[in-house]
Design a protein. Structure first.
Length: 85
């Protein structure tokens, strides 16, 4: 079976929040950017773990952005679409 996973953000995410596919060192600034690596063929059950990270307090400039984001966002929302054929 072939599969494809897609995402659609429904609001703005914090600037310094990023995503990773577990087992892959690549960091994705937008959740939608992972889509190119979330498709292929499944022969048996497959678990895909998406991790999110928000490295805060790294620099003074990033701290300012983190504080701004923390004050303006309550939740980050996105929709997940999974297709198999």
């Amino acid at each position: 079976m072939n599969y494809r996973i897609q995402f659609k953000s429904t609001n703005e995410k914090p600037e310094n929040l990023y995503f990773q596919i577990k087992g892959d060192d690549k960091k994705y600034k937008k959740i939608e950017d992972m889509e190119t690596n979330l498709k292929g063929e499944i022969e048996q059950n497959k678990n895909i773990i998406i991790q999110w990270k928000w490295d805060y307090e790294k620099s003074k400039i990033e701290n300012i952005q983190d504080t701004k984001d923390g004050e303006t966002i309550k939740q980050y929302h996105f929709t997940i679409y999974a297709k198999g054929e």
